[in-house]
Structure formats: structure tokens, C-alpha cells
Design a protein around this ligand. Structure first.
Ligand code: PHE
Ligand code: ZN
Length: 849
């Protein structure tokens, strides 16, 4: 099957590089339209390769001159790079190329954003800067000279020289080209310092455009906390004299871990009380940590090839989630992560884009920066840690750093350190990396003579290219509660390895109530026949916060499914249990706010589909509206009490405690608004001194259909702040009534502040449409057409972002014939577009099949 598409790349085809790089010297003569890049690279033949074919990647470069060992050469140029005759011995390659940063709208390679130069090289952007073996298993020591008039000239590593119109940087750590970075602009910095535990003095800077200085303090604190945490928890110290972070407005992704020079989407680093919500602050703290943690998991130890992406991403996501759990509330973090995992990764795993955590083939690697690689990749590491225990995990990870520092590694290397450190055989566990799809875990139980037995059956449905699945190792955390609500068996880990397996608990006085998959101990779908009484019991008594939350969530979800499928009324069992839970002031307000969250429209559509129904987006929306209204009435007395009780009196701080209080108060506001039509929200809007309160009020007003005035006021107040205006665009679309969503989106694309060039703005409008499922899937199909129109328009400018956003269509086979036909038409229209990028072609073809 290797000829499906000529450009498909297979893991099984990996071969080592023919030549290795020892040293790289780069000189940049910056110019917006004609930047010169002069490279001098020392190569040597790779003893591990039989090939002596010299090939350098290069795309969109104008080659000015090339030399081998000082002699001019004329390499053979192709669309993908060049080949050239070279000695079978170490040699020096020199080249001069010209590139056009200003014309670079794809935001890969060297480009300009608001007058500043910046780079994005992961995964394969360096080849747009100069000719180079642009693959992660080629690691070199870089020295970079930047010539330009900008006040600030930055690259990786330590500054070695600086003068009028130039700066020179040297990075002593060998690295792959994807970690290269350069920034030049009239930037200002927010400086600080950190002393590592062995006494290295590190200069820290966050570089921003003038005007954004006031939004750096929080990110800086997060950076210092991350540095201290990685020393304490993983024994990892920083290894350069300076750590620079730069905020860039035009960026395809969240942030990038370039060695010593992290580049951030400004939305993922800039924060202030007035402009950022509590959720923004928490996310920024996590992303700062994530990129910083990459310094060891990703940079010091990198990936052999892009199929191993989860080696750095899964591990780094796992590490940043541990960090957030330590800095804030561990249960709240776990619950939020599972909500996101189900919304994004389960959705991916159950549709046409399903792929293993370590994919086996791709056309465009940019299409594989997915929830599966990142979030499921992190879950797999969490399971590994559960299976071997905390001490063995620490030992194995130490061994990983010791054995592989400076190397480009594979998942095999990663698993081997666990095998060597623990003596365990992980060959079956490895299936988590190779089998796609979310396992279903069916449970039944019985009780006889004091013995309680849990019977498990696992099954993973077929996914594209994988019809048959073998049983996986599933760590199942179980606790048992007695009839009075006491825990009679504390959390135990059951290690399931067979397709069917039973586990017994002896010496019980009465039939217990099981609490299964505590802390969401494995990324599976648990299926168990149970009733409302048991769920209400678990919501009231479970000692495991995750399962306590899950019990309430299941109650809400199944009640909603009954409403949607059978036209049932809102479920009293849910309403009563939710009221009891919300009233319990011994519970963390953040937990209560999460427990008052209802399943999303998309999660309900997914559940309906899993249970053999065809989801009707309008019916889902109606059911949620009905339930929200019934709940508001049920909470008529409690909601105002919670609202008043959880107003924060202290000066604003985006910490876990205050955020939790505000989240609960705002959940109460949502209920109040259902009954008062927006009066309270209006008062909150007027008095808010922070974006969390202002935005919650704004959302409620929009939701209640009372937002017109606020739309104008919000815009007038914030029109100079791009990040806040992104929220303004997004909320109007997310809260539009289903029948208006496509119209509202189209109208907002005509707003003078809309631009197709800025990925954040594009996503805040077109991405928002997909975040309003009843609107996106509204019966006329306008939503599909609007999104397709704009993806077609974006593709030639920025294929990476266009391709990613195609995933809005990935669930199309869930829906009815009419909708499927309309979506198929749009997918075909996109595919038929002349010169469609390989990125978007790959995504749409996979979705369409
Ligand atoms: N490696 C980045 C991260 O996870 C993500 C990224 C990928 C950014 C590709 C840009 C381009 O932190
Ligand atoms: Zn990452």
C-alpha cells in the first residue's frame, strides 16, 4: 500500500542521514524583501549510513552562490532542495541565499510580524531559511551573526558580541534545525534573573512590542516557578546564561521552545487583570512551563524523526500538567484535562482523522500536531507512571536523561529506560503508541458471600487503516464504598491485560458501590449499566474528586440524552443532586463550578452517535436550553446566595482560590440571568475591574439577547487591544442563536478589524463558528459554506492554519444524510480548488474518505 500518494512518508522507511553536521555559522543581512542568509557548515560522513548522497532541503530560496571546501560548485536544484557532489570525508559547505520575509504569509521560516522579524522552524521551516539537512536527527552547534538596524537582535544561546548594527550568538548545545530561532525588532523587555541550584546566574527577558510592557509580569513569575519546579521535581537545571521569551502577534500555534529563545503567540504570554481572564492566566502559566520544560524534554533530548513527536510532546504535556496540579488544585486540573481530552482527543479518535499516538505515515507533518499526539501522548505517560509507581518513574526518567542527553531518540528508547529501571516487559504497553482509537471498557459486577467481583471487557473499535485491535494494558483505579457512604476499600490499581478479565475483593459485609477508573486512570470510555440513585450516591460520597465530578456529569448527560431522544422533561434526580452538591460549602468552589458545567453540544452529539442515534444539533441545543432554564428555577434561592457569597473582596489575583470563587459566582450569574433577563449581568458589566468579570457579564448579556449595547461599549473600550478584540469577535459568534450564527460570522468578516492574515483573528471568527455547533450545523448549510469559503481563501496564504481548521468537519459522518451531503459538497469544493496546498489536501481527503 505504499503508493497511496507519492508524497506519503513512512516510519518504516527511516534511514540515518548520510552526513552529520558538526558546526554551523549563519550570517543574516536583514532586509524585509531581500534578506541574505550566508551559511558555512562543517559536514562529516555519517559512519552509521551507507549512503554518500549529499542532499540539503531548501524551499523558496534563491541560491546566490555555493562552495565546497572553498571551491565554487553548481548544485542540482529541485523543488525540495539540492544535491551536490561532495568528498567522502569532512568538508565545509558554504552558501548564500536570498529570501523574502515580508512576502512570507505562511508564518514558517523567517517572516515579519508588525515590523519585526521572527522565525518558526518546527517542524520543517528551517529549509525556508537556507539549504540544510532539515531533519531532527541532524544536530549541530550554531553560531549566528545578525546584521540589521533593529534595536534588538536575538538568536539562540548566549550573546557573544554586539555592536552597531549587529549581534552574534553562540549556542553551545548541539541542536536540530527546528530549534533555530531569530528575532529582530524594536522591542522592549521585561527583565529578571534566576539563580539555578548549582549557582548559574541566568538573565531572563520577556521581549514585547512597546506598549505591552505592562503585560509581562505574570509570564515572568510563571517562568521562574517553572525553572524552580523542574529543578525540584525532575532535577533539571537550565543550561545557558540567558533565557529569552518573545511575544509575536502573528503565529500559527501557541508557542515554540527554540533553544534559549522561546517564541510565543502573544495570546499565550501577555496578561493583565484588565485584559485577561482567569482561564487565560492559567493557560499562560501552563504554556510558559510547557515551553520551558522542553529545554530538557525536546531540546537536550530530541526526536529522531517526526513520527516520534509524542516523545517530546506527550512527555512535556504530562510534565506541564503535573506542574499545574502542583501550583493549583490537582483535582480541578485533572477534571479540566479530561473535559478537554474528551472534547478534542476522543472526538479525533472516533472519526476519520484517528491515528496512533505515534503515527506510521504522513504527508504533511504539520497535520500531526494533534490532540492524540499531545494529550493522549501525555495520558500514556500518566498510565506508565501509575503502572510502575512514582519511585520507579523517577528512576526511569533519570536514566532517560543520563543515557540519552544530546541524542535524537525514539519511543523505543523511552520505553527501554522503563524496562531497564523496573525489569518490566513493556511490549504490550507499547500498543498504546501504535493502536489508534479509544478503548471501550465494559464493566459488570456481582456479589456473593462477601466477595465482590468486577468483570471487565475491553474493545477498541476499528480506525482508518486498523481493523483489528489487540488488548491493551489498562490501569484501572478502583475504590469501593459501603452502603452508608464510607469507603470500605481504598483505591487499588487493577492491571488489565486481557480482552476479558475479572478482579475480586473479599471479606465485604455488604454489596459495595464501586468507584471505577478513579482519577481517570486510563483514557478509555467506561460503559456500565447503572442508575440515577447510584450516581447521586457517588456524587455525594465518593472520596475521589474525579469520580465525584464524573457521577454528576453522567447524571446530567444521561438526563439530556433522555430529553433529546425521548422528549423527557429535565431530570429531577440531576437537579436535586446538583443543588445538594452546589450548596455544600465544604467543597472547593472551583470544583463546584466544574460540576455545574454541562456536557457540551459536541460531547452530547458524540454520545448520541456512540449509542446509535443520529444527533440533531438543534435538538441538542434545545435540550441544553431547557435544562439550563429548569436548573435556574431549581436554583432560584441558591444562585443569588452563591453569587453574593463568592464575590471576591480582596484585590484581584489570578490564583486558584480567587479564580475558583469567581468561577462559581459566574456559574450562579448564568442561572440568575436566565430568570432576570440580564439585569444582574448588566450591573456586573458596569462594575467589573477585571476581564473575568467583564467577559462573563458580556457573555451573559449576549446569551440573554441583551448584548447590543455591550457589543458597542466593549468595542469602544478595547479597540486598541488586539487580544481583547479577538474575544469580542469570538463571543458574538459563539453566543449567536443557531439560525444567526453563519450570518453573524459573515458580517464580522466584513468588519474593518477582521483580517485573514492574523491567525488569532481568523480563528476568533471562523473558528468561533465551529464552536457554535447548532449554528455551524444549522439546517440550511450556510455554516458549512461560510467556513469552506474562508478556508479556501486562507489556504494559499497560510496552509498550515487552513489545514488545521478543516477538523471542524471531522465529525460529519455522525449527522443525517442531508447534512452529510451538504458537508461532502463543501469538502469536494475545497478539494477541487486549484493549487490547494498539500496540507489542506491531506486533511480534507482524510476527512472525506
Ligand atoms: N512545539 C510547539 C509546542 O508544543 C508547538 C509548535 C509546533 C509550534 C509547530 C509551532 C510549530 O510547544
Ligand atoms: Zn510542546
Amino acid at each position: 500500500m505504499k503508493d497511496a500518494s507519492p508524497q506519503t512518508i513512512y516510519l518504516s522507511d527511516y534511514t540515518p542521514p548520510a552526513f552529520l553536521v558538526e558546526e554551523v555559522h549563519l550570517t543574516f543581512r536583514l532586509n524585509p524583501k531581500k534578506t541574505r542568509v550566508i551559511s558555512k557548515i562543517r559536514f562529516k560522513p555519517n559512519p552509521a549510513s551507507k549512503s554518500r548522497d549529499f542532499f540539503l532541503h531548501g524551499e523558496g530560496l534563491r541560491l546566490v552562490s555555493a562552495r565546497v571546501d572553498g571551491q565554487a560548485v553548481e548544485p542540482e536544484l529541485t523543488d525540495e532542495g539540492l544535491t551536490c557532489a561532495v568528498p567522502d570525508a569532512p568538508f565545509v559547505w558554504e552558501a548564500e541565499v536570498e529570501i523574502d520575509p515580508q512576502g512570507n504569509t505562511a508564518l514558517e521560516g523567517l517572516y515579519m510580524s508588525n515590523g519585526m522579524y521572527c522565525t518558526q522552524c518546527e517542524a520543517e521551516g528551517f529549509r525556508k531559511i537556507t539549504y540544510y539537512p532539515d531533519r531532527p536527527d541532524v544536530m549541530g552547534v550554531f553560531t549566528v551573526r545578525i546584521e540589521g538596524d533593529e534595536k534588538v537582535l536575538l538568536s539562540n544561546g548566549n550573546l557573544v558580541a554586539k555592536g552597531d548594527g549587529f549581534a552574534e550568538w553562540h549556542d553551545p548545545w548541539p541542536k536540530p534545525a527546528y530549534l533555530f530561532a531569530l528575532v529582530a525588532g524594536d522591542l522592549v523587555n521585561h527583565p529578571d534573573r534566576f539563580t539555578t541550584r548549582s549557582g548559574r546566574e541566568v538573565e531572563l527577558n520577556i521581549w514585547v512590542r512597546p506598549g505591552d510592557e505592562g503585560k509581562c509580569a505574570f509570564g515572568m513569575e510563571a517562568l521562574k516557578k517553572s525553572m524552580a519546579w523542574d529543578e525540584k521535581t525532575y532535577g533539571r537545571e537550565y543550561d545557558l546564561d540567558v533565557f529569552n521569551v518573545v511575544a509575536v502577534d502573528d503565529f500559527n500555534m501557541g508557542a515554540m521552545e527554540n533553544k534559549g529563545l522561546n517564541i510565543f503567540n502573544s495570546s499565550c504570554v501577555l496578561a493583565s487583570q484588565e485584559t485577561s481572564t482567569d482561564a487565560n492566566f492559567e493557560r499562560i502559566e501552563a504554556i510558559i512551563a510547557h515551553e520551558y520544560f522542553h529545554n530538557w524534554t525536546g531540546n537536550r533530548i530530541t526526536c529522531r524523526d517526526w513520527f516520534q513527536l509524542c516523545l517530546k510532546e506527550g512527555l512535556t504535556v504530562f510534565r506541564d500538567s503535573e506542574f499545574t496540579a502542583d501550583m493549583r488544585s490537582a483535582p480541578v486540573k485533572r477534571i479540566s484535562d479530561v473535559i478537554a481530552l474528551r472534547a478534542r482527543q476522543f472526538r479525533e479518535d472516533n472519526g476519520p482523522l484517528a491515528h496512533p499516538v505515534r503515527p506510521e505515515s504522513f504527508v504533511e507533518i504539520n497535520n500531526f500536531y494533534t490532540a492524540t499526539v499531545y494529550e493522549k501522548g501525555a495520558e500514556v505517560i500518566g498510565m506508565l507512571k501509575r503502572l510502575v509507581g512514582d519511585a520507579a518513574y523517577a528512576k526511569a526518567v533519570d536514566l532517560y536523561f543520563e543515557r540519552h542527553d544530546g541524542q535524537a531518540c525514539t519511543i523505543e528508547d523511552w520505553l527501554k529506560v522503563f524496562e531497564d529501571a523496573t525489569g518490566r516487559d513493556l511490549s504490550q504497553f507499547k500498543r498504546w503508541y501504535s493502536q489508534a482509537g479509544t478503548p471501550r471498557l465494559r464493566v459488570t459486577d456481582d456479589f456473593k458471600d462477601g466477595t465482590y467481583t468486577l468483570h471487565f471487557e475491553q474493545e477498541t473499535p476499528p480506525t482508518p487503516g486498523q481493523d483489528e485491535k489487540a488488548p491493551q494494558v489498562i490501569p484501572i483505579a478502583v475504590g469501593l464504598l459501603g452502603p452508608n457512604g464510607d469507603e470500605v476499600v481504598e483505591t487499588r490499581f487493577l492491571e488489565m491485560t486481557e480482552a476479558k478479565q475479572s478482579f475480586t475483593f473479599e471479606g465485604l459485609g455488604a454489596r459495595p458501590v464501586p468507584s471505577i477508573l478513579r482519577d481517570f486512570s486510563a483514557p478509555v470510555i467506561l460503559e456500565r449499566e447503572t442508575d440515577n440513585a447510584e450516581r447521586a450516591f457517588l456524587l455525594a460520597h465518593d472520596t475521589d474528586p474525579f469520580n465525584k465530578w464524573e457521577a454528576g456529569r453522567d447524571l446530567a448527560r444521561d438526563g439530556l440524552i433522555e430529553m433529546i431522544v425521548n422528549g423527557a422533561a429535565p431530570d429531577d434526580a440531576y437537579l436535586d443532586a446538583a443543588l445538594t452538591m452546589a450548596r455544600d460549602d465544604t467543597l472547593d468552589p472551583a470544583f463546584r463550578a466544574l460540576a455545574l458545567g454541562l456536557p457540551s453540544q459536541d460531547e452530547l452529539a458524540q454520545t448520541l452517535h456512540e449509542r446509535g442515534h443520529t444527533p440533531d444539533p438543534q435538538a441538542i441545543w434545545d435540550a441544553l436550553e431547557t435544562l439550563r432554564h429548569a436548573r435556574a428555577e431549581h436554583f432560584q434561592d441558591l444562585a443569588p446566595r452563591l453569587y453574593a457569597q463568592y464575590q471576591v473582596a480582596k484585590p484581584y489575583a489570578p490564583d486558584a482560590e480567587q479564580s475558583g470563587a469567581r468561577a462559581l459566582a459566574n456559574a450562579a450569574l448564568g442561572m440568575i440571568t436566565r430568570l432576570d433577563g440580564g439585569a444582574q449581568a448588566g450591573r456586573q458589566y458596569d462594575s467589573a475591574d477585571n476581564m473575568t468579570q467583564q467577559l462573563a457579564a458580556f457573555s451573559n448579556l449576549l446569551q440573554a439577547g441583551q448584548g447590543q449595547d455591550a457589543v458597542t461599549r466593549f468595542y469602544d473600550q478595547w479597540k486598541e487591544d488586539r487580544l481583547v478584540i479577538d474575544k469580542w469577535f469570538m463571543l458574538q459568534i459563539v453566543h449567536a442563536a443557531p439560525e444567526d450564527a453563519a450570518k453573524t460570522t459573515e458580517a464580522l468578516t466584513q468588519h474593518p478589524d477582521f483580517t485573514i492574515r492574523n491567525p488569532n483573528r481568523f480563528r476568533s471568527v471562523l473558528g468561533a463558528l465551529a464552536m457554535n455547533p447548532a449554528g455551524f450545523h444549522h439546517a440550511g448549510g450556510e455554516g458549512y459554506r461560510v467556513l469552506a469559503d474562508w478556508l479556501i481563501a486562507l489556504d494559499p496564504l497560510n496552509p498550515q492554519t487552513a489545514a488545521r481548521m478543516c477538523s471542524a468537519f471531522e465529525t460529519w459522518k455522525r449527522y443525517d444524510r442531508e447534512r452529510q451531503a451538504m458537508i461532502a459538497d463543501q469538502l469536494d469544493r475545497i478539494l477541487a480548488t486549484k493549487d490547494l496546498s498539500p496540507d489542506t489536501t491531506e486533511m480534507v481527503s482524510r476527512i472525506r474518505n
